[in-house]
Design a protein around this ligand. Structure first.
Ligand code: NA7
Length: 548
């Protein structure tokens, strides 16, 4: 373990460091907390830096009305410690943000992590010094950290798309992105509120605030396939039931296709047509993401299967909508079910039947600008508003790191590299950036298609084992080879391009960010397969990496 006193060594860009560490971790969310715990357990002087004022990551920032899980709480869990799992009891199947935030406080305190986290410090810059084989990491609070390992646990959906419209600053009312919603909330009672966006976030906001506001105007562009959530309260019996399944979940979750407890058990081709409908009806009634993640796997690969399942979901949605204009604006017809992120909802569609709610389809008449009074559309009409809530999404997977200045070997910068082409080695490292480890970045399931706790535990454990291996073998530096990275990128693309997702347009391919190179962000070979490939790489002594 190195000393945390100021080192006399010069840092990469000159100047003495204010602190010397073995490992800097960015982010005190699900991944960062567990990474810190593991690295400290193996004896490293590791520290988290986080711009937030407390732990939580995604669950710190996303405190908008209605924010909640749509993974079942008992699987959105750490499974490395049975007592940690069993000593926390969830109140609902899909709890809300305040409870999730409290759970992460519980984890932090149980693992005694708080003293090893610097809050309120955003990492802005990091430079790799090849001669010293060390990183210099700089924060916006003036800390300069000299570290051997640099691990980013900065979240896949943490860089908000919050400056999208001309005139945003001219708005006379309040304007807020969902991931920057104030902790004290906003007073919406009696006010004219506009929500831009109807992705998973917008849907949660819309259904929650509609009864609270004076008038709600929803600006929706692309319709979403939605599934109704069933969210029972958990009493002692339910809590005992899921806790009793700890071992089973621990064995099962890491090996399913998406890190959920359920998997694709039905095969369309082997199922008689009348039975298919029964299966879909049955799974639909579960009130979870099961219809998407555990019905017929062929829906991701075969257009005809996808067409039939899409039609099933459309029928369910249409049956709940009274007005053909709402059907036209809210029910998707030009992409297939499951090829975009599927949101769970509670009364979202019925919200549009309320007298105080208006739907403005901005597909053919887009938002032109924000003006002092509200939102102006291309046809010149202005919707007057007191509050605008931007549920406009994130620069997913890459944004957290491209918004920092990260400089690797030979003048490589993450920003330039990923604006040219998005490449990683298994989403865990990147050629040109020795000793930089990444989580929740592209080309791994944790970039989108995963129950995040399952994937982040696996990634941080892989990183921890890798660092252990290097130290145990008397080595100090690891970096993926160019050929190794190329092999992973080719495998990723081959797998992704076989899916129907590859032909769509959403944040899954970075299409929501101007200039972002197009690539399916998430590895689509499955969580279990990905895990096996990562484990194989380690077991074989990291053949796609150079270690020195
Ligand atoms: P999403 O799913 O990226 O949704 C963003 C929404 O904002 C979506 O409806 C967009 O419409 C809309 N949007 C973005 N820009 C505009 C403009 N310029 N005009 C009108 N509408 C716009 O983000 P979420 O936060 O909902 O969800 C992200 C993930 O967080 C989610 O999948 C969960 O995993 C948690 P578009 O679809 O682009 O037409």
């Amino acid at each position: 373990m190195t000393d945390t006193l100021t080192s006399p060594t010069e840092t990469a860009q000159g100047g003495e460091p204010t602190r010397t560490l073995d490992a800097v971790i960015i982010g005190a969310g699900v991944a960062g907390l567990y990474q810190l715990h593991q690295l400290r357990q193996q004896g490293l002087d590791a520290r988290i830096y986080d711009a937030a004022s407390d732990v939580g990551g995604t669950w710190f920032w996303n405190r908008y009305p209605g924010a909640r899980f749509d993974s079942e709480a008992y699987i959105y869990q750490y499974l490395f410690d049975e007592a940690l799992y069993k000593d926390w009891s969830w109140s609902h199947r899909f709890p809300d943000q305040p409870e999730i935030e409290q759970w992460l406080h519980y984890v932090t305190d149980r693992l005694h992590l708080r003293d090893h986290i610097t809050f309120g410090a955003r990492v802005e810059q990091a430079t790799y010094d090849e001669d010293r084989a060390r990183w210099t990491v700089r924060t916006d609070t003036g800390e300069v950290i000299d570290t051997q390992f640099f691990v980013t646990c900065a979240g896949m959906l943490s860089a908000p798309m919050d400056h999208l419209f001309e005139g945003q600053d001219s708005f006379r009312g309040q304007i807020v992105h969902t991931s920057r919603y104030p902790e004290s909330g906003l007073d919406l009672a009696g006010r004219r509120v506009g929500v831009i966006g109807n992705g998973a976030t917008g849907i949660q906001v819309i259904q929650t605030i509609a009864p609270q506001v004076g008038h709600l105007t929803v600006f929706a562009r692309t319709p979403q396939y939605v599934l109704p959530m069933k969210n029972p309260k958990y009493g002692d019996a339910e809590v005992a039931w899921y806790k009793g399944r700890f071992e089973e979940l621990k064995q099962n979750l890491p090996h399913t296709f998406t890190g959920f407890e359920y998997d694709f058990v039905h095969v369309w081709a082997d199922t008689p047509p009348e039975r298919r409908r029964e299966i879909l009806e049955d799974i639909y009634e579960d009130g979870s993401l099961k219809l998407w993640l555990a019905s017929f796997g062929e829906m991701f690969f075969e257009q005809e299967v996808n067409d039939e399942i899409s039609q099933f979901v459309r029928e369910k949605m249409c049956a709940r909508l009274k007005d053909p204009a709402l059907v036209a604006a809210l029910v998707p017809t030009d992409y297939g079910f499951g090829t975009h992120r599927v949101p769970l909802e509670m009364g979202y569609l019925e919200t549009f039947h309320r007298d105080n709610v208006d739907l403005v389809s901005v597909r053919d008449n887009p938002i032109a600008r924000i003006v002092p009074e509200g939102i102006e559309l291309r046809d010149g009409t202005v919707r007057e508003l007191d509050v605008i809530i931007m549920a406009t999404g994130f620069d997913a997977g890459t944004g957290a790191l491209t918004r920092m200045d990260i400089r690797g070997r030979d003048g490589h910068t993450i920003k330039e590299d990923w604006f040219t082409e998005i490449r990683t080695t298994m989403g865990l490292m990147k050629h040109g950036y020795p000793n930089l480890f990444t989580t929740a970045v592209p080309l791994a399931p944790s970039a989108a298609l995963c129950n995040m706790t399952t994937c982040l535990q696996q990634q941080t454990e892989w990183i921890n084992d890798c660092i252990h291996y290097i130290r145990e073998h008397g080595k100090s530096v690891i970096e993926p080879t160019d050929e190794g990275e190329q092999a992973w990128v080719e495998h990723h693309d081959e797998t992704a391009n076989a899916t129907l997702i590859a032909g769509t347009t959403s944040w899954y391919l970075g299409s929501n960010v101007p200039g972002k190179p197009r690539r399916v962000l998430s590895y689509t070979g499955g969580v279990g397969v990905y895990r096996d490939k990562c484990a194989e790489e380690a077991a074989e002594g990291y053949p796609h990496f150079a270690i020195s």
